[in-house]
Ligand binder design. Structure first.
Ligand SMILES: Nc1ncnc(-c2cnn(Cc3cccc(F)c3)c2)c1Cl
Length: 281
């Protein structure tokens, strides 16, 4: 039977968003991005593995809040396994980030101000330090290619009101703590995560986008974590180190990956999926 073509709405670094009637189709590619540069060599099955991991998390988190998933199978055949049909929401204009560890932009901000998104932290924290407790560190949604700007909780209150702001913090910390606890039991540190929320027509907040994947969160192997030392990215470190070893100038296009790098990186995604879900890939 004739399948109406879907219309491309957004194209991200590693994902694309299509409209299909009233629904959306969220498609994950096999592209990998390191240091904000998309590498030319795809990682076979990356899109499928991360999509199926996200679908598994949505199911695990169903008791916390509703999600936007309509179907993980009723998608255009060319996207089979690496796309979800989801309901169209009014997206909350705030990047909802939870951090259990200090690194990246949060560490930079802490070193400059002693706080992250207005949340003050104890002195003496270092690269990859574990925080006394996970914190909600919202940021603005920057235009493509720019870094999100941290915003304070009071700025979130001004944007969405106090009640919704509290709910955003509660949901973001709840999703992070559920994910980080389960992952820690399986030898994986989830250092931080970014979730996207949207309002359904009846006003309820719904978990959208992808959730607790190595693209939306920092995944570290627990057995090599050492506060004060840069942590090893579970999925991207091989590629980062290899690319750095080629003398690649990060402003130049990314280098093609050799086959063994592709296979080792694919194996890391399979390992993350199998460890977290307990299911064979
Ligand atoms: N259920 C929803 N309802 C309305 N909007 C969205 C939505 C918009 N943008 N994004 C982020 C994104 C996802 C993939 C590719 C991109 F380019 C951008 C998600 C969703 Cl998931």
């Amino acid at each position: 039977m004739y399948l109406a073509p879907v219309e491309l709405l957004h194209s991200g670094k590693v994902r694309d968003l299509y409209a299909d009637g009233d629904d959306l189709i969220l498609v994950a590619s096999d592209r990998v991005s390191v240091y904000d540069v998309i590498l030319p060599t795809p990682i076979p099955d990356k899109g499928r593995i991360l999509t199926q991991l996200s679908v598994w998390w949505f199911d695990q988190l169903g008791d916390l809040l509703p999600n936007h998933v309509i179907s993980a199978t009723d998608v255009p055949p060319e996207f089979a396994g690496r796309a979800i049909r989801c309901r169209r929401l009014q997206m909350v204009p705030v990047e909802c980030v939870a951090r259990g560890y200090l690194t990246g932009g949060g560490l930079t901000e802490y070193r400059a101000t002693g706080s992250v998104s207005g949340v003050s932290l104890p002195a003496g924290l270092d690269e990859a330090s574990r925080l006394p407790e996970p914190i909600f560190t919202p940021s603005t949604k920057a235009p493509a290619g720019q870094h999100d700007e941290p915003i304070s909780f009071s700025a979130v209150v001004e944007t969405v009101g106090a009640e919704t702001a509290e709910r955003l913090r509660e949901i973001t910390l709840g999703v992070y703590e559920r994910g980080a606890t389960l992952a820690a039991e399986r030898g994986i540190i989830i250092a931080d995560t970014k979730i996207e929320l949207g309002w359904a027509p009846d006003g309820t907040l719904v978990l959208a986008d992808e959730v607790l994947t190595p693209d939306s969160s920092r995944f570290w192997p627990a057995d090599s974590w050492q506060p004060g030392r840069p942590a090893f990215s579970f999925d991207k470190q091989f590629v980062r180190d290899w690319a750095a070893g080629t003398g690649w100038d990060k402003r130049a296009p990314g280098p093609e990956l050799p086959d063994d790098m592709v296979e080792r990186t694919r194996a890391r995604y399979v390992e993350i999926y199998e460890r977290l879900t307990g299911k064979p890939w």
